[in-house]
Design a protein around this ligand. Sequence first.
Ligand code: ADP
Ligand code: MG
Length: 159
Amino acid sequence: PPFPIILTGAVQKGFGRGGKDLGCPTANLPDESLPVMSSVTQTGVYYGYARVAADKVGDPSHTLSAEDAVVHPMVMSLGWNPFYKNERLTAEIHIMHEFESDFYGHEMKAIVLGYIRPELDYVSRDALVEDIETDKRVALNSLARLGYEKYRDHELFQT
Ligand code: ADP
Ligand code: MG
């Protein structure tokens, strides 16, 4: 697969199916940001880095702290969206960082660096949450390897 893959877009409201309640909030990218993934139609869980912009477009009153707005490791679930009769992919990113607040509407930039596992058969939200701890460990172990750390400083994250 053609890694790294770059995804950007304003964070959208999802269906609120309880990710946050279960300790695994996933920030949804807008559909427009997905065509770039069309070369990678394999659904499942991926890992990489993500950064959320401190400023929210059109809302100067909402700003993230400096610690929140730096580059963090992430795990991403890529799946076919039942709402669109499974004709559209949805990318949801769980950032491995404790944020002080939500960041809906903020620009999120992500670099996808590798594949962790397929979606499980019985799947989706619950499976994602159930396996998230394993996925996080796999992601952190992979990102710690020589050759991945440099992506933290990728030019995508400089602006
Ligand atoms: P939704 O269905 O709207 O996506 P979630 O329960 O999945 O609801 O929560 C996602 C939202 O939680 C994100 O859009 C973001 O604003 C917020 N959030 C807070 N911490 C994180 C985090 N570590 N990773 C991803 N999103 C987070
Ligand atoms: Mg979500």
